[in-house]
Design a protein around this ligand. Structure first.
Ligand code: NAX
Length: 326
């Protein structure tokens, strides 16, 4: 039988961690023939939640689950990790200044990045879910200078999946007919869900749906979908976030084929995005690596929207640099 893959989940006592681990253990992320070993990292306050989840994992008797270990020490949790899913963070709460938010996360993602650099497996792949996800990924990446930069990514797949679902609903088409949507920039309100190159069953999406909607209400709806879920459900997105993180890792490891998706990856300067920023791009995965889809036409409207979101990433990077977190 195959060697188990070691998957480290941080924030494992929280909501998204809980919604993620059972699907990983069932084979939904790496396939029905790939055993997994789970490492759950928490801070002391979250440890009971993670312990409880581990008891339930045992009660599922998943044939693919080769082991579960809990730790509150990043070095132990990332030791030998092939996949690192960084879900736990310090999200913004009411009244919190940006500097406080970035400092609190620097204190989490700096040490975690360092532990990944020192202890993880040579093939480690990292996805950051915890917000502010792009900048947290940048901080972690900068603390692991010996790990190739392209192994650090942040989640914009939830935004992408929301964009696919909302376009399909508007067009009255099945989601499987939709391709070519891009989420650009930051996982924040400035993100730009772009239909310029999108297709529905091979037809240009902008010929199927109203172009004013596509460049107005649609963008707002996707960007504010998280708030809509909170409003309706009385709590933030959990299962859909876990699903998106699993989609991201599965596509990264197993490949997308010709299908396109979106992921926040370290920029090599594509589309004028400053090198080194962790920004969302149109991507495919082949051979276990994301590649940015290049050569797409970017009109003036798109250029401005991308520019605004990238400017926000630049200002976040400058702020963490000023705080000495990079
Ligand atoms: P929860 O508060 O339920 O869980 C977070 C868990 O992380 C807690 O159990 C906490 O103890 C733990 N934690 C905090 N610091 C830690 C550290 N240093 N090491 C290990 N664990 C630590 O939040 P949940 O709903 O699970 O959301 C997790 C994160 O995902 C939040 O930052 C949230 O903002 C972010 N999201 C990101 C999304 C994205 O698309 N990128 C969408 C969903 C979600 O909003």
């Amino acid at each position: 039988s195959r060697t188990p893959v070691t998957v480290t989940i941080t924030g494992a006592g929280g909501q998204i961690g809980y919604a993620t681990m059972f699907r990983i253990a069932s084979g939904a992320m790496l396939g029905a023939d790939q055993p997994v070993r789970l490492r759950l990292l928490e801070i002391p306050q979250g440890m009971r939640g993670a312990e409880g989840a581990a008891l339930e994992l045992a009660d599922c008797a998943f044939p693919l689950l080769a082991g579960v270990e809990l730790s509150d020490d990043p070095g132990a949790a990332f030791d030998g990790a092939n996949l690192a899913m960084l879900i736990g963070s310090r999200p913004r709460t009411a009244g919190m200044e940006r500097g406080d938010l970035l400092s609190a996360n620097g204190a989490i993602f700096g040490p975690q990045g360092r532990a990944i650099g020192e202890r993880a497996a040579d093939d480690v792949r990292v996805i950051v879910v915890g917000n502010p996800a792009n900048t947290n990924a940048l901080i972690a990446q900068q603390h692991a200078p010996d790990v190739p930069a392209d192994r650090f990514t942040a989640l914009t797949r939830l935004d992408h999946n929301r964009a696919v679902g909302l376009l399909a609903a508007e067009a009255g088409a099945p989601v499987s007919d939709v391709d070519g949507i891009t989420i650009w920039g930051n996982h924040s309100a400035t993100q730009y869900p772009d239909l310029s190159d999108a297709t529905i069953a091979g037809r240009a999406a902008l010929d199927v749906v109203d172009a004013d909607w596509a460049r107005g209400a649609y963008i707002d709806r996707v960007a504010k979908r998280g708030a809509e879920i909170i409003e309706v459900r009385g709590g933030s997105s959990v299962a859909s976030a876990a699903n998106a993180a699993i989609d991201h890792v599965r596509d990264w490891v197993l490949g997308t084929g010709e299908r396109r998706t979106s992921a926040a990856v370290v920029s090599r300067g594509e589309y004028g995005v400053p090198e080194g920023l962790v920004s969302s791009f149109p991507v495919r995965s082949t051979g276990g690596a994301w590649e940015v889809v290049e050569g797409l036409a970017v009109d003036a409207f798109s250029r401005e929207r991308i520019g605004a979101s990238v400017a926000e990433l630049v200002s976040e990077r400058d702020a963490v640099r000023e705080l000495g977190l990079l």
